[in-house]
Design a protein around this ligand. Structure first.
Ligand SMILES: C[S@@+](CC[C@H](N)C(=O)[O-])C[C@H]1O[C@@H](n2cnc3c(N)ncnc32)[C@H](O)[C@@H]1O
Length: 250
């Protein structure tokens, strides 16, 4: 794959690359970094990650059968990559606790009914000194696209027990995530804010024609995080509906 093809990425793919780069940098020399992706969906982003960082082990976890099968296909030709068919609450067969350099999830927390169990699992599999990053989307809660979604968010927020796992969605507050990190031995080290709705929209126009625009947008996102943090929470979440909470295992 050449450089031009590499750089044709969405803002979210840029983010994944950024997270993996941090984990690779932090992993001890000579050790192949181990990465766990909870709620990996179809793991569609893994082949391009592998092209960029050839030497890491990837373990996905996905509870929806169709997505799991698709993930298996996407990972079929990739060495040291596999996916487990299960919820991100339960022990993962064959995987050793405290053995992952990075445990992350993308666009998952807002769909998690038992957030404490999910965060506890991520803390269990990351190694001491390793990184946990959960990046979640507030778009469903802040701008529901249908009456049904609005109703689901309302139930998810107020009466979570009535929604089945597969339809679960809610607003997630950053202080709640941080306090769960602390409860399970993860030190919250940073929170970053991403994906302005109009940037996501812009991405559609330039993704295949001028990837430099999207590369610059992502660099801009990272460069100005300290300024974004000064914005009042409600306004900041409206501007940046994707929130990533970064933690380090004690
Ligand atoms: C919006 S998708 C994101 C998929 C992928 N991470 C991505 O960014 O393309 C949310 C994923 O979370 C998974 N999910 C929902 N509840 C889960 C749970 N309790 N444990 C693990 N995964 C879950 C869903 O099956 C779905 O694949």
């Amino acid at each position: 794959m050449n450089d031009t093809m590499h750089s044709m990425k969405t803002l979210k793919e840029h983010f994944i690359g950024y997270v993996v780069r941090e984990a690779v940098k932090k992993a001890s020399k000579g050790h192949v970094p181990r990465i766990m992706d909870l709620g990996c969906g179809t793991a569609v982003y893994v082949p391009s990650l592998k092209a960029k960082f050839p030497d890491f082990e990837y373990v996905g976890v996905e509870p929806i059968a169709e997505s799991f099968r698709e993930a298996e296909k996407n990972l079929a030709d990739i060495p040291k990559a596999k996916v487990h068919f299960q919820l991100g609450y339960d022990e993962i067969p064959d995987e050793i606790e405290g053995s992952f350099d990075l445990v992350f999830s993308l666009s998952v927390l807002e769909h998690i009914k038992h957030l404490d169990r999910f965060i506890a699992l991520s803390a269990k599999y990351v190694k001491s000194g390793g990184i946990v990053v959960h990046r979640y989307d507030l778009g469903h809660a802040l701008h529901p696209h249908s009456l049904k979604e609005k109703l689901h968010v309302m139930l998810g927020n107020k009466l979570p027990s009535v929604l089945p796992e597969r339809q679960f969605v809610r607003y997630v507050g950053e202080p709640e995530v941080r306090s769960l990190y602390e409860r399970y031995g993860l030190k919250p080290v940073n929170t970053t804010y991403h994906q302005m709705p109009n940037h996501k929209h812009l991405e559609k126009f330039f993704r295949t024609t001028n990837s430099a625009i999207i590369d610059d947008l992502f660099d801009w996102e990272i460069k100005h995080q300290s300024e974004f943090k000064k914005i009042e929470t409600k306004e900041r979440e409206r501007l940046f509906p994707a929130v990533a909470v970064w933690g380090e295992k004690n």
